[in-house]
Design a protein around this ligand. Structure first.
Ligand SMILES: NC(=O)c1ccc[n+]([C@@H]2O[C@H](COP(=O)([O-])OP(=O)(O)OC[C@H]3O[C@@H](n4cnc5c(N)ncnc54)[C@H](O)[C@@H]3O)[C@@H](O)[C@H]2O)c1
Length: 443
């Protein structure tokens, strides 16, 4: 047993291993590329044939990864994309990076984790180190993943090693990336924690070890729910400031000068993406099993989910000031990605705003987003306008800044629009603010 671990430690330290990454999306592909760039043979698995064939053809589909890295790792066969899960047999380290969405009723949907684990179980080898990275509720690693793997007759923590290590990637963040962001790891036993740390440590900087997978699972939910409740706080204050006529953005900026005990969060049209929106519901679902209602967390989620409705009410109010009806109003959404400078549309509040506008009979909706070529609003397919010109802006009755991409020319937007509803304070530096209606300013 001791000898086995020692030889495994040696293999990992010498990078004499193959690493498998299951799920080549926003989390898995950057991770796989990091390993491959370190000269470690890496096999990337995905059930999406389009992703596999794109990668085989050296076509990158994740904005944060540079094209050249993909070309290099595919050309030198450091990264092998495949849909053939039998190749899992060759992997010493296996990372699970599959989606963890919620169901239409907002209960956790962990079927992708179960599927990936079953695929690993089919080919499970002694000495393999498995790390679950998908965000999930506490207990997933030990109550769901471990039993599936142990059904093979191999023992977790002895024959194979298992840990949870949450992902902290922040797409669009120019400072923090896979290589320099500290991570947390909790294994099912000490050996699992150590081996998982050694393996993951090949591509990350600092590692904080914790005493169990559940601590690591809960820690990730805390990180994201911390953001959710703080965003809800400023969203509520923004609505109050609108009534009083105080600019919430200036209030937050002023509070931010306090060098301790305060961290700025900003209001907006709602939250989207794969994490902050979903995670409160994962915890709330789990808490119910313990006869516990996460009241505060759910209230925050509720406030955040109301924000697209709040923006829609701002639009209706501005249309009412013009000599047009809702039916005839021409509305342009600027930016539909769920946050600035990303190409990720998942659960975007902009889509929600568009859907609510449609429901209220505002049907002349166009959008412009250089990162998102197509969207669906209530099953109606729309393409992004090819470019943003003064002529195009002049034709609109209302322009809504739903996502504040850095490349937008806000001076030009404000100058050529009748009314700009700014839900992100993107026009903060625009000189003539006479036609700008800022969320949380009370104008
Ligand atoms: N995107 C982020 O910024 C981020 C940050 C931190 C944590 N996370 C978490 O990481 C996990 C992955 O998120 P993501 O954004 O990379 O998702 P994603 O949808 O971009 O990628 C997941 C990939 O897994 C593939 N997949 C699904 N089932 C599979 C299976 N059984 N076998 C192989 N491949 C499979 C999908 O085809 C997809 O390519 C989620 O739990 C998410 O909450 C995401």
């Amino acid at each position: 047993m001791k000898n086995n671990i020692e030889s495994l430690v040696k293999k990992i330290t010498n990078k004499d291993i193959t690493v498998g990454v299951i799920g080549l999306g926003y989390v898995g592909l950057p991770l796989a590329v990091e390993f491959a760039k370190k000269g470690i043979k890496t096999i990337g698995f995905d059930t999406d044939e389009n992703k596999i064939s794109s990668l085989k053809n050296k076509i990158n589909y994740i904005k944060d990864i540079d094209e050249q890295s993909i070309i290099e790792v595919i050309d030198n066969q450091a990264l092998i994309p495949t849909g053939d899960f039998s190749l899992l047999q060759q992997c010493t380290g296996i990372f699970i990076c599959v989606p963890t969405p919620f169901t239409p009723n907002k209960d956790p949907e962990i079927k992708f984790i179960i599927q990936a684990t079953e695929d690993i179980a089919k080919y499970l080898q002694k000495g393999q180190v498995i790390i679950l990275k998908s965000t999930t509720f506490p207990g997933t690693t030990e109550k769901y993943v471990l039993p599936i793997l142990e059904k093979t007759g191999l023992n977790g923590g002895e024959d194979f090693y298992l840990a949870f290590s949450p992902e902290r990637i922040d797409p669009g963040n120019k400072t923090w990336n896979t290589g320099n962001t500290p991570i947390v790891i909790g294994g099912i036993n000490d050996e699992s924690t150590e081996l998982a740390s050694l393996l993951h440590g090949l591509v990350v900087g600092k590692i904080k070890q914790v005493s169990s997978p559940s601590i690591a699972e809960m820690e990730k939910l805390l990180e994201n729910i911390f953001r959710s409740v703080n965003i809800a706080l400023v969203n509520e204050l923004a609505q109050l400031c609108d009534r009083i006529g105080i600019n919430i953005w200036e209030v937050v900026d002023a509070a931010s000068t306090k060098p301790f005990g305060f961290m700025p969060f900003y209001p907006g049209p709602g939250i989207g993406g794969h994490c902050i929106l979903i995670d409160p519901y994962y915890l709330a679902w789990m808490a119910r099993e313990y006869d516990f209602v996460t009241k505060f967390i759910q209230l925050a989620a509720e406030i955040n989910e109301d924000m697209p409705f709040y923006v829609e009410a701002m639009v209706v109010k501005e249309i009412a000031k013009q000599p047009i009806t809702l039916k005839d109003a021409k509305v342009l959404l600027l930016g539909v990605a769920f946050k600035r400078d990303v190409d990720d549309l998942r659960h975007s509040p902009a889509l929600k705003v568009a859907e609510i506008l449609y429901n209220d009979g505002i049907n002349n909706i166009e959008y412009y987003d250089p990162f998102i070529p197509e969207i669906k609003i209530k099953e109606i397919e729309k393409s992004s306008l090819p470019e943003l010109t003064p002529e195009l802006l002049k034709k609109q009755d209302i322009v809504i800044i739903t996502t504040d991409h850095s490349d937008f020319d806000y001076e030009m937007i404000a100058k050529n629009s009748k009314v700009v509803i700014d839900s992100r304070n993107a026009c903060k530096n625009v000189k003539d603010r006479s036609n700008i209606v800022l969320l949380g300013e009370g104008k």
